[in-house]
Write a protein that binds this ligand. Structure first.
Ligand code: NAD
Ligand code: ZN
Length: 354
């Protein structure tokens, strides 16, 4: 088991490895004992697969469980209110503790509930996806609005992150792909040697648990270092959006659920690498093909279709678009690009992929 420390406003530990939940009886016993109620907010699919395993470690405590819709559907006002209703009807108070059990969607909505219930109660992130190595660390919480994803939310750090990598074994291949895209994103913005290692993977299913864990640890370390420098995203935290300007546009165009977040990020990174004139674009495209990322989806969408979504990006301004680009691996920067150049580059990339 490995421990990483996040020195945010409210510092906390991220534990990753096997048997991580045994820490409930060790390091976090005090937090659990101090809680007048403990509520697990669990993704429905994750609950089916792994809830008994989690509850087994919490037998001594009086725990209530609320299951919420699996995946992105949970990031709604309805689920947010259902959570509050459940906490109130269970008699929760400011001394209650919430456990968020699921992928990034569950972590985002449960974290938002924790940050708003009676003006804030402690919560522990218990991520169950590869992608959540990113989302469970850093304290961004959110639900979606009909007019935009993640438009309602807070910065609210968890009391701890308990990441049991054995739970990742049940992830379907497209969710593995989705998560590995955020892993390689962390490599692109931080470390050439690690990037080359990742680019050498041609079949995620062949990764051993220990290899996967080593990559997740590195990803968490990158995320944690950036969050420590810029907790509230006034500067370098924006670099975590590498690949995300186009990714959000693709998610918006195809509709959530038609392409996973990470798959869209992989396509967005290909575009950002093209705009960056980055030496590893070809290797990255090969990596995407080998690992089944849906590059062909770029051929199904015209620039005119993604443009309105990219314009909505918080960083963009009139007539130009904003992207995180790479001077080289490990050196990201924010760049404003004229629409015309962005359009030409989009067509060139689509031709290159075709
Ligand atoms: P998710 O939470 O939507 O889960 C994806 C699917 O995997 C769901 O169907 C879920 O039921 C299933 N699943 C989860 N764990 C499983 C397991 N162990 N075995 C089998 N199935 C499992 O997806 P995600 O990719 O983890 O997270 C995406 C969300 O994270 C998005 O809403 C995104 O906005 C958010 N996000 C937030 C941050 C942040 O900083 N807060 C960062 C990145 C992404
Ligand atoms: Zn992302």
């Amino acid at each position: 088991m490995k421990l990483l420390r996040v020195e945010a406003d409210h510092p906390y530990n991220v534990h990753i490895g096997h048997e991580v939940f045994s820490l409930f009886m060790e390091d976090y016993r005090g937090l659990l004992d101090a809680a007048d109620r403990i509520v697990v907010v669990a993704d429905a699919q994750v609950a089916k697969l792994h809830l008994d395993f989690l509850l087994n470690y919490l037998k001594e405590f009086n725990v209530s469980v609320l299951t919420i819709p699996s995946g992105e559907l949970a990031k709604s006002v309805e689920t947010f209110m259902d959570c509050h209703t459940f906490l109130l009807s269970e008699g929760c108070s400011r001394k209650s503790l919430l456990l968020a059990f699921g992928g990034g969607a569950t972590g985002d909505v449960a974290g938002f509930v924790a940050s708003t219930f009676m003006r804030g109660i402690p919560y522990i992130q218990i991520p169950t996806t590869i992608l959540a190595h990113d989302s469970a660390v850093g304290g961004k919480t959110a639900i979606n609005h009909a007019l935009g994803k993640n438009m309602i939310g807070t910065f609210y750090q968890p009391a701890a992150v308990l990441y049991d990598i054995d739970l990742l074994r049940t992830l379907p291949p497209h969710e593995v792909r989705s998560g590995m895209a955020e892993v390689i994103k962390h490599a692109f913005i931080s470390n050439e040697g690690w990037l080359l290692e990742l680019l050498g993977i041609s079949d995620f299913s062949k990764l051993t648990a220990d290899e996967l864990m080593a990559h997740l640890e590195k990803g968490i370390a990158v995320k944690a270092a950036i969050v420590e420098e810029d907790e509230f995203e006034s500067g370098m935290r924006k670099y975590l959006n590498f690949g995300h300007t186009l990714a959000h546009a693709l998610e918006g165009h195809f509709g959530y659920g038609k392409i996973t977040h990470g798959e869209a990020v992989a396509l967005g990174m290909a575009y950002a690498l093209y705009l960056s004139n980055h030496a590893q674009l070809d290797d990255f495209l090969v990596w995407c093909r080998n690992n089944g990322y849906p590059l062909e989806k770029l051929q199904e969408v015209s620039f005119a279709e993604v443009l309105p979504f990219m314009k909505k990006d918080k960083k963009s301004s009139k007539g130009s678009l904003s992207f995180v680009l790479l001077e080289k691996t490990g050196t990201p920067f924010l760049e404003t690009i004229e629409e015309k150049r962005a359009e030409a580059a989009y067509h060139e990339l689509v031709t290159l992929i075709g």
